[in-house]
Design a protein around this ligand. Structure first.
Ligand SMILES: Cc1cc2nc3c(=O)[nH]c(=O)nc-3n(C[C@H](O)[C@H](O)[C@H](O)COP(=O)(O)OP(=O)(O)OC[C@H]3O[C@@H](n4cnc5c(N)ncnc54)[C@H](O)[C@@H]3O)c2cc1C
Length: 462
């Protein structure tokens, strides 16, 4: 069997296939780890974690941490980040070797079902495989007039690899990738303007969660233009500055910046897969259509990860890879995304799992909503990060946990307890009865559950 693409979808798929006794090749044209490891999840979170540390230390006098002139050396930070990326990449290669996955470095073309041609450094190699998994991922989309040039007009890949902190940055698109990168450069002193087409940042996310993040961005000086659009962009002749005309509800404004980050979404990357010639069905946006077992419309061809469509998340890609491997090996496996968590690594973080209140009501469920604010939690106060809250959406009659949303410190880590609750069909009573160590952030989940169960201790019962 053959897997095309060695990202977080493809390599776990190949490993699982091999573990299940299938002779497996993994074809990767670039570097093992895919977008996630090379220019996505890992590099962005590396920069986010260090700049957050810097920010806390810089303002540490409030809690008695007095530093004299701490500063960030961006080239050193970038080379540390590159070290993390390459050690993870080496780890993936070791795992493949240890699991007897043959890795072929080269660009694959799907010739026909079961037949792949690979362009390697030593020529064209032909591979015959009974099953083929397409795991080729996604690519950043550009906008007409705002084409990436890698110098002034950047995609997330270039924006995460800058060697010099830009004085000012225009961010086109208020989605999660843009906001995470804004958080990094804002902390390094860049003056930021965000232009978003819809009426809120992080479109599709519940507004009360987003408000906490927006407040923080604005407090740090970000200019946020909602319901707005860049209508033209002019680069100065020396290539160090842009002048953008932005149409806003209040009229046209001009924004000058030293860098433009265009993060307006991603689309499927299936070049070389010859999907229409081979007969693989795609949807209106070009994503490959599959069933819950990752089977495409062509027998023997499977698709997983970003190329199969949203949510474009690394852990979703990995899970789909494992499902595909198990299905190919004849096991009864299928995708069930009831409890797929998501996280946005803004400041503070936002995370969620399961249903929102609105989604639950739309399903005809009777819903109870309970919440607990980090402002009332010892550990959040100790950490100096007491903004935000945990909200639990539960079934009003049974107490079943339907969904959890968190905005606040370590939301991305906290959400896993909520995912387990949704996955296992836990009730708010189960969460409330679970003893949580003190003082810790997960206590906020217990407190919100106690409130839902009608027995709050650290908030007044309404
Ligand atoms: C800036 C940024 C931050 C992100 N942060 C997060 C995060 O914090 N958490 C999260 O869950 N997700 C995050 N994501 C999304 C995450 O990176 C993707 O969802 C994930 O990488 C998808 O995995 P994949 O295996 O489907 O595709 P990819 O990771 O894109 O891997 C596809 C691989 O296929 C290879 N390939 C493509 N075509 C061919 C071919 N013809 N022949 C051979 N090889 C080929 C590519 O070189 C690539 O290595 C982020 C994305 C970006 C851009």
């Amino acid at each position: 069997m053959a897997v095309i693409g060695g990202g977080p979808g493809g390599y776990p798929c190949a490993i699982r296939c091999s573990q299940l006794g299938l002779k497996t090749v993994l074809i990767e044209k670039d570097r093992l780890g895919g977008i996630c490891n090379i220019s996505g999840c890992i590099p962005s979170k590396a920069l986010i974690s260090v700049t957050k540390l810097y920010d806390r230390a810089k303002d540490g006098a409030a809690f008695g941490l007095v530093s004299s002139g701490i500063k960030v050396d961006l080239p050193s930070l970038q080379s540390w980040k590159a070290g993390v990326v390459s050690s993870l990449e080496t780890g993936i290669a070791t795992l493949c070797r240890g699991n007897k996955v043959e890795v072929i470095k080269g660009e694959a073309t799907l010739v026909s079902p079961g037949k792949i041609s690979v362009k390697t450094s030593s020529g064209i190699e032909e591979i015959l495989a009974k099953s083929v998994v397409i795991a080729t991922g996604s690519r950043a989309m550009s906008l007409a007039g705002l084409e990436f040039d890698g110098k002034l007009v950047l995609s997330s890949t270039e924006a995460l690899a800058l060697a010099k902190v830009p004085d000012s940055m225009l961010v086109v698109g208020g989605g999660y990738i843009g906001l995470e990168i804004v958080g990094v450069y804002q902390k390094l002193g860049t003056k930021v303007t965000i232009v978003e087409l819809t009426d809120q940042l992080l479109p599709g996310t519940e507004p009360d969660l987003v408000r906490v993040v927006q407040r923080n961005l604005e407090k740090r000086g970000a200019r946020i233009l909602l319901k707005s659009k860049v209508v033209s962009l002019e680069k100065d002749s020396k290539g160090g500055k842009v002048k953008a005309k932005v149409s806003t509800p209040e009229g046209e404004v001009v924004v000058e910046a030293n860098a433009v980050l265009v993060s307006v979404g991603r689309g499927p990357l299936a070049g070389g897969m010859r999907l229409s010639e081979v007969g693989v069905k795609t949807d209106s946006k070009g994503y490959i259509v599959t069933d819950a077992q990752m089977r495409t419309s062509v027998a023997g061809i499977y698709a997983i990860g970003d190329v199969r469509g949203p949510p474009l998340l690394a852990h979703k890609a990995s899970k789909e890879g494992i499902v595909a491997a198990e299905v190919i090996a004849g096991l009864p496996s299928a995708a069930d995304w009831r409890s797929i968590p998501w996280a946005v690594f803004t400041d503070p973080e936002i995370a969620g799992v399961g249903l929102t209140e609105k989604e639950a009501v739309e399903k005809g469920l009777q819903v109870k909503r309970s919440r607990f604010s980090f402002a009332a939690l010892g550990r959040a106060l100790i950490s100096g990060e007491a903004e935000g809250f945990v909200r639990i959406v539960s079934d009003a009659k049974s107490g079943l946990v339907l969904g959890v949303q968190i905005v606040g410190p370590e939301a991305s880590n906290l959400i896993s307890e909520a995912s387990l609750a949704v996955e296992m069909g836990a009730t708010v009573e189960d969460l409330a009865l679970t003893i949580h160590p003190h003082p810790t952030l997960p206590e906020a989940i217990m407190e919100a559950a106690e409130a839902a169960a009608g027995k709050p201790i650290h908030q007044v019962k309404l």
